[in-house]
Design a binder for this molecule. Structure first.
Ligand code: IFM
Length: 800
């Protein structure tokens, strides 16, 4: 099979949700799950279409409490198309469904290069005979408002008729996540349908509270002869239906094309969504022309982004890249959207935006800086809201929300369900203020990778300053300890949201939070120093900063506390007082202990009592910063972090982490590779398997894990190469990972398009494409070279 093809053989109802997520097609503007076209939502199938940033807020009552949640809306199903057959003059057989008909061969093929999903199968219908069916769909990457489905029917041993029902189905709810079933899930309202002869039906609706207008139009045509015996457009209450009856004989396949246009009232350059949708579908080309232009648009993307790694790992990496680009494409640059943690592939986490962009932007910066910039702008536009959140909490600066949606308010639920115990429990994850540091990190990385000082010195600087301000204000001086402390927060490890038996949630001196806060303060000061005088004045004016605040920033950035115990960095103050968990006993008792928090709560216990982490927390520091940077950061804070302390720290948390987040494998893989540990590969493999093997046990069916997918790409791009963009140079410090010792990719670096980086046979080759641009400076541990445009430089790498 070609390295671009992914196939799913046979039909397994239990695996259908997972396959639907993995076969989602999208273009950054919208995405549609890989559900079979004839399916309606139920226990097996879960069709879903999501437009980036199309949220709606609903109130529900759970466990006797009123809660409000904002969700990415599952829009009307444009894909719906079902069929049935009969012999001439005979009775109609039942509508086809893989759940009711015996299948003869059944295969889904996802073609990554052309971004199409093809389903091919045969089945015997008692009312007619054997019918062969091949369906290919696309969600157009060139025109982000178009999608199409082509179906070809082949009667093998009979003649008669086939009836096709093509529909825009407005009978939809957000039903993808079973855990949310107690919540109000009807987001779509005021559904209207209509038809425009000869081939088009349309449907318009509004989201119930955000009042976003959504319109779809579908043109369904038979593209083979003979013409349909009948074609009836039948707009009904919530469904716009088009029924066609077509004669069919052996050897003369019947081809049916459904082309759909989708618009919302948030689109630019339209008059109204319905007119735009009807117009879009009436002027759209036929399927083969659409396929051609769609594949050409993808070809352009692959040229900018492809990653070459031999073997199975390479296949998975490309699969991850495919889904990243389907969620965040150049069309994202025209939208006001953030990084949805679960892609546009399902409804888990309600389409919300977390800190996961930390794992996504560093990859995009070096291929699609315009997408990174748009994603930073999503945060910039919500800076006033983050300022307000800080002020409402009695704080200065900007307090970004842990979960963000439409307007940047805190969207984290206040109660969450433990499906194991059936209990609704308070959710304190909004105390993960470290999300601010992730945004600041991305601002800085974007600036370093692109050299876009215009952005860094304006919007970027404003975000950095306000986030730094928040940290400086949150840090309180403890005279006993002679250190600044940040108290009452939650770190990346979501198992620990408070001290056992404490009245209030939150932890003190989470090492990750404090070290990254110090880093942000230092970077903000750095930017202020770099600003030309007039810009500095302008910024000071805009953010009402006077020089008096800055000495405190400097001081806090040098004197924040990092706790240690037993010669390792403590995840937070008091970590050492927690009990050791009997890991072997829990592993023996449960199939999976990734969600120890749920297991322990169901047992009447709490994970807060134990030295057990859901995901990398302290070790995140070794993910964000190279060993040398980390040493410098700690030195600046007045701590000595030598290799031995870090090695012990890595070992310590490795033994106490359950990897209940897909991000954990990515982080551990890289951190272990950096300290030259052989186990690195098993964590990298875990990260590569996370979605395709659904290792978290059923979560991928609710959407992919975008951070982990992008993280694996960055693991090669920046992790294995040790690539950093700083001081106007490319810094490389490759780490050995024997199982991934060959790779190649090309980067956009500053004005250079397609700087080739290739590692093979112990050598690293860097090729700078011919252009009028300046040479690139490349720094390795033991040497620096300058590579002129048109030149290739080959460097021998040390053997260990
Ligand atoms: O942001 C993550 C978090 O780190 C772990 N739980 C899931 C979130 C969304 O992906």
């Amino acid at each position: 099979m070609s390295e671009w093809m992914w196939q799913w053989e046979g039909y397994d109802p239990d695996a259908e949700r997972l396959r639907e997520s993995l076969c989602t097609l999208g273009n950054g503007y919208f995405a549609t799950r890989g559900a079979v076209p004839e399916s309606r939502a139920g226990l097996v199938h879960c069709p879903g279409t999501y437009v980036a940033g199309c949220f709606n807020r609903l109130e529900s009552t759970v466990a006797g409490r009123q809660v409000v949640n904002e969700d990415l809306v599952n829009l009307p199903n444009w894909l719906f198309l079902r069929f049935r057959v009969r012999r001439a003059e005979g009775a109609w057989g039942p509508w086809f469904s893989p759940d009711t008909h015996a299948l003869m061969g059944y295969r889904h093929t996802l073609d990554l290069r052309r971004a199409t999903l093809t389903r091919a199968f045969r089945y015997r219908d008692d009312a007619a005979g054997v019918l062969g069916v091949e369906q290919t769909r696309l969600v157009h990457m060139g025109d982000p408002h178009l999608a199409a489905l082509r179906t070809v029917f082949t009667a093998e041993d009979w003649s008669g008729e086939i009836e096709i029902e093509s529909c825009l189905d407005g009978e939809v709810i957000n039903g993808n996540v079973h855990r949310y079933r107690a919540l109000n899930r009807s987001h779509v309202t005021r559904v209207r349908t209509g038809a425009q002869k000869p081939h088009t039906v349309w449907l318009s609706c509004r989201t119930s509270t955000s009042d976003i207008g959504v319109a779809m139009a579908a043109r369904t045509t038979v593209v083979t002869s003979p013409a349909p015996a009948s074609s009836v457009l039948r707009p009904a209450r919530r469904r716009a239906v088009h029924r066609l009856v077509v004669p069919i004989v052996p050897g003369r396949p019947v081809g049916v094309e459904k082309t759909v246009a989708l618009h919302t009232s948030r689109d630019t350059a339209i008059s109204d969504p319905l007119e735009a949708a009807v117009d879009g579908v009436s002027t759209a080309a036929d399927f083969s022309a659409l396929l051609h232009s769609h594949a050409a648009a993808w070809e352009r993307l692959w040229r900018r982004a492809d990653i070459q790694v031999p073997g199975r790992a390479g296949r998975v990496l490309r699969f991850h890249l495919f889904h990243v680009l389907q969620t965040l494409s150049p069309h994202t640059g025209d939208l006001d959207v953030g990084v949805p943690a679960r892609g546009l592939h399902g409804e888990a986490y309600r389409g919300h935006v977390f800190w996961d962009e930390l794992f996504v932007l560093p990859y995009l910066n070096l291929h699609f800086p315009e997408i990174s910039r748009a994603l930073l702008d999503y945060r910039y536009r919500r800076l006033p809201r983050a300022r307000r959140a800080a002020a409402e909490n009695g704080r200065a600066g900007a307090m970004y929300p842990w979960q963000s949606g439409s307007d940047g308010r805190e969207e984290t639920q206040e109660w969450h369900l433990n499906p194991r115990s059936g209990r609704w429990l308070p959710d304190h994850s909004r105390l993960q203020h470290h999300v601010g540091s992730a945004i600041a990190y991305n601002v800085w990385q974007y600036g370093e990778a692109t050299g876009d000082t215009e952005y860094l010195y304006t919007r970027g600087a404003e975000m950095l300053v306000q986030i730094a301000r928040f940290w400086a204000d949150l840090a309180v001086f403890d005279t006993d300890m002679d250190r600044y402390r940040i108290r009452g927060v939650v770190g990346p490890d979501e198992y620990h949201d408070g001290y056992p038996d404490a009245a209030l949630p939150g932890l003190d001196d989470n090492a990750y939070t404090n070290v990254t806060a110090a880093w942000v303060l230092n970077r903000a000061l750095d930017v202020l120093r770099r600003l030309p005088a007039w810009r500095r004045e302008e910024l000071f004016d805009r953010v009402q900063l006077d020089g008096d605040e800055l000495p405190k920033w400097e001081e806090v950035s040098r004197r924040l506390r990092v706790p240690f115990h037993q010669g390792v960095i403590s995840q937070f103050e008091g970590y050492d007082d927690l009990a050791e968990l009997d890991w072997d006993a829990y592993r023996a008792r449960y199939d999976s202990i990734r969600r120890l928090d749920r297991i322990l709560e169901a047992e009447g216990d709490t994970v807060n009592r134990y030295k057990a982490s859901k995901q990398a927390d302290v070790l995140m520091l070794g993910y964000l910063f190279s060993p040398a940077e980390l040493r410098d950061l700690f030195r600046r804070l007045g701590y000595d972090l030598d290799d031995e302390v870090w090695r012990r720290t890595v070992d310590y948390y490795l033994q106490r982490t359950s990897h209940g987040s897909t991000l954990s494998g990515v982080v551990h893989g890289l951190v272990l590779a950096r300290v030259r540990r052989a186990e690195a590969w098993s964590y990298v493999q875990e990260a590569l398997q996370a979605d395709i093997a659904d290792i978290q046990g059923g979560t991928t069916g609710e959407g992919i894990h975008l951070g982990a997918m992008a993280g694996t790409l960055d693991l090669v791009q920046r992790g294995l190469t040790g690539l950093q963009t700083r001081e106007d140079a490319l810094w490389l410090d490759p780490v050995p990972l024997p199982a991934l010792s060959e790779y190649g990719f090309s980067l956009r670096y500053r004005g250079h398009w397609g700087v080739g980086v290739r590692r093979r046979s112990g050598q690293l080759q860097i090729r700078v494409p011919d252009s009028e641009e300046s040479p690139i400076r490349v720094v390795l541990a033991d040497r620096a070279v300058t590579i002129a445009p048109g030149e290739t430089c080959t460097l021998a790498l040390p053997t260990s």
